[in-house]
Each structure stands twice: as structure tokens, then as C-alpha cells.
Design a protein around this ligand. Structure first.
Ligand SMILES: *Cc1c(COP(=O)(O)O)cnc(C)c1O
Length: 408
């Protein structure tokens, strides 16, 4: 008979052989002390750590306005939504949140999903059902959830070189003029910290009659005067057809959504299995996200502090000869260049220095570009940076990893 356990063992062995086996850090975040957390080791002992790789970019996951709203909502309406959106699960705070999100992105409507992953997967799959013959043009570094949605629909698809508008235009020009087309891309790419040329992409979309689908997961809350993302910053919100975001990163809670025209949202709402056949988000989550979005809209100083912290950390690494990759965003990637050192440095940072930063290895990034990805928040102090830079400097020497010429 079939040996099931050997098959599972082989699957894990393969991942280990490829250096992709993941060990999770067991963390207990401490309310009011972000980015501090308590790590539990495998032997059960505990260690205080500073989290340097959280996607809770602004610490909104612990913001009093968010926590108060969540607690009040639990007191008022209880735990779960109690159903799908269609069958008793359309809660008041979900409806209010969708209105708030639509207004934020200057769109007619918004639609919640249980995560950003589901929002991408469900929407991109469904667009292909609504638009038969759709041809999708997808940036080569798009997130796994976008790739999953594009593949699931089974449409013709073309991958263009990352942020390469010349390549994108060549692909668009080669497609039939009258075919429906969709350009799917992100604003901030989270591994390199570069930002797409929104205006240039939109110009091509107009020229070749394509729709635009923009993932602003790593930008929402962080860019633009009211924090709606890079499309707001660049003044092009009205020219992107579908904006997709998460409630789980800078907004600090959980969930995902799209914002678009009433017609698009109504069609996705009516056709997307990943929206229809699943229980709605718990009201405490949507109430917390609503409070977070309202706060973010009116507090640009948080975004300024965030950018200042990122710029300061980049400068401090560069001054120490630590090879920061050229990021134009809040992401601070440091080049290591091989998976063994990358893992070794992050293990030593954690065990010996209480610095938690996850190593980023293949297949998340190409081989030879293994890196540590730091995400400083407004709550990361100068003293924390002193400790971090000192520890990195020591480990760079200890592990004999290449430096870059110290900045003048
Ligand atoms: C994290 C991420 C998502 C998924 O969002 P979740 O809410 O975490 O499921 C989608 N797109 C990109 C680019 C992401 O980094």
C-alpha cells in the first residue's frame, strides 16, 4: 500500500535540501510596548526581543484608538459575524468600513475579503470569468496571491520584466487591439523597496485600452497626504481601475479589500466564490480597521516619522559599511548574498543581541541576493538603532561578509 508518511517526509526533506525549511519565531507581543516582544525558545525559556521585520509598519496593531474600538465592538455585538455576507453576515462595521475605504481611495465602492491574499486571488480569477478572452500583463515580481489569481483563471498571460515599461509596451502592442487587457502590478515592492511608475503604466494602459489593477498592500496607510497609498501621492487614484490592499499591515488588523467603481465592485461581489462562500470578518476586526483608517487619514505626522526612521536607519547602515540595497521606500533591505550567512547572521542577531529580523532567502528573492529586510517603525528609537547597528557591524566582521565602501 502507499507509504503516505514517506511522501510527507520526502516533501520536507526536499525543502530542507533546498535551504528553504522555515523555523517560526514564537512571539508574544506586549501591548503598549511595540516593537518589543517576548520570544519563547524551543526549550520553553523566554527572551526579550526587538522586532525589526514586522509589517505592522506604524504600530497601529497596538494603537489605543484601534484597541478601544475593537473592545467596544466585542462588548456591543460579540465575537463572530455569524455568516457569509449574503446570509446574515453583513455587519454594520463592515458596511461602514467599506464606505470609509471607498472614500479614502476616491472610488465609488469597496469590497472586503478575509485577507489581502484572498482579495487578489478571488478578484483576479473572477475578472477572467467576467471578461472572457482577457489578456493579463503581470509584473515579474508580483506577489504570490496575484500570480495564483491570474493562473487560476487560465487566461493568456504575459509577464513583463520588473518595472520595465518598454517591455510592457512591447507586449501590449503585440496583443490584439480589441482584446480586453489588464495590467496587474504593485506600487511598493516589499523585498527591494522600489516603487512602480504609476503614471507611466497608466499612460500605456490608456494607449492600448487596458484596465489597471494595483496592489497597494505595502503602501496603504504609508504614502499620500491622507495615507491612501502611492496612487494618492502621485495624484492618480481616479486613473487606476482597481486598487487592492490589506488591512493586516500598516492598518494593523486583518483582512483585505478592493476599491473600484460601483459596476466593478457589484460584479465581483456577485461572481467571486472567494467572497461569496466564506464567513465575513468578525465585527471587532472591521471596527478596529475602521478606527485605524480614520486615524491614518488625519495623522500625516505618523507617516513623516516612519519615513524619517527608515531614512535614518539606511544612513546609519551605510555609514557603517553595511550594504543597504537602494530602496526608495520605507523598506530597508541589507544584502548578504548567500543563504547560509543570511540565516547565520539572523540567528546570531536573535540569540546574542535580541534583534529579530527574518532572513529572506530563495525562492522569495533570487539566489545570490539573499538579504535581511528591516522595517523600522516610528516606535523604533535611536537607542534601538544604536544596538542594531553595533550588532550588525560586529557580525559583519565575525562572518566576514562583504561590506560596501563607507559613505562619506
Ligand atoms: C502580504 C501581501 C498580500 C496579502 O495580504 P494579506 O492580507 O497578508 O493576505 C498581498 N500582496 C502583497 C504584495 C503582499 O505583500
Amino acid at each position: 500500500m502507499f507509504d503516505y508518511s514517506a511522501a510527507f517526509d520526502a516533501a520536507v526533506t526536499q525543502v530542507k535540501d533546498e535551504g528553504r525549511y522555515r523555523v517560526f519565531a514564537d512571539l508574544k507581543r506586549v501591548r503598549g510596548q511595540f516593537p518589543k516582544a517576548i520570544r519563547r525558545r524551543e526549550d520553553g525559556s523566554e527572551q526579550d526581543v526587538i522586532v525589526w521585520c514586522s509589517n505592522d509598519y506604524l504600530g497601529m496593531g497596538q494603537h489605543p484608538a484601534v484597541l478601544d474600538a475593537m473592545q467596544a465592538e466585542i462588548e456591543a455585538v460579540g465575537a463572530g459575524a455569524g455568516g457569509t455576507r449574503n446570509i446574515s453576515g453583513t455587519t454594520r462595521s463592515a458596511v461602514d468600513l467599506e464606505a470609509e475605504l471607498a472614500e479614502w481611495h476616491a472610488k465609488e465602492a469597496a469590497l472586503l475579503f478575509t485577507s489581502g491574499y484572498v482579495a487578489n486571488e478571488a478578484t483576479l480569477t473572477t475578472l477572467q470569468r467576467i471578461l472572457p478572452g482577457l489578456i493579463v500583463f503581470s509584473d515579474s515580481l508580483n506577489h504570490a496571491s496575484m500570480i495564483a489569481g491570474i493562473r487560476n483563471g487560465g487566461c493568456e498571460r504575459h509577464i513583463y520584466a520588473h518595472n520595465d515599461l518598454v517591455h510592457l509596451e512591447a507586449l501590449l502592442a503585440a496583443a490584439p487591439v480589441d482584446a480586453p487587457k489588464l495590467i496587474a502590478f504593485e506600487s511598493v515592492y516589499s523585498m527591494d523597496g522600489d516603487i512602480a511608475d504609476l503614471k507611466g503604466t497608466i499612460a500605456l494602459a490608456h494607449k492600448y485600452g487596458a484596465m489597471t489593477y494595483l496592489d497597494e498592500v505595502h503602501a496603504v496607510g504609508l504614502y499620500g497626504a491622507r495615507g491612501a497609498g502611492v496612487a494618492e501621492r502621485d495624484g492618480v487614484q481616479d486613473q487606476i481601475d482597481i486598487i487592492e490592499c490589506t488591512l493586516g499591515k500598516a492598518i494593523g488588523v486583518m483582512g483585505g479589500y478592493i476599491a473600484a467603481s460601483t459596476a466593478i465592485v457589484d460584479a465581483i461581489r456577485s461572481w467571486a466564490a472567494g467572497f461569496i462562500f466564506t464567513t465575513s470578518l468578525p465585527p471587532a476586526l472591521t471596527a478596529g480597521a475602521l478606527a485605524s483608517v480614520r486615524w491614518l487619514k488625519t495623522h500625516p505626522e505618523l507617516r513623516e516619522a516612519h519615513q524619517e526612521r527608515a531614512a535614518t536607519l539606511k544612513q546609519r547602515f551605510a555609514a557603517a559599511g553595511i550594504p543597504v540595497l537602494p530602496s526608495v521606500s520605507h523598506i530597508v533591505p541589507v544584502h548578504v548574498g548567500d543563504p547560509v550567512h543570511c540565516k547565520m547572521i539572523s540567528d546570531m542577531l536573535l540569540e546574542n543581541h535580541g534583534v529579530y529580523v527574518q532572513p529572506i532567502n530563495y525562492p522569495t528573492v533570487p539566489k545570490g541576493t539573499e538579504r535581511l529586510r528591516f522595517t523600522p517603525s516610528p516606535n523604533h528609537t535611536d537607542a534601538m538603532m544604536d544596538d542594531l547597528v553595533k550588532a550588525m557591524d560586529r557580525l559583519w566582521t565575525h562572518c566576514n561578509v562583504a561590506r560596501m565602501p563607507a559613505a562619506a
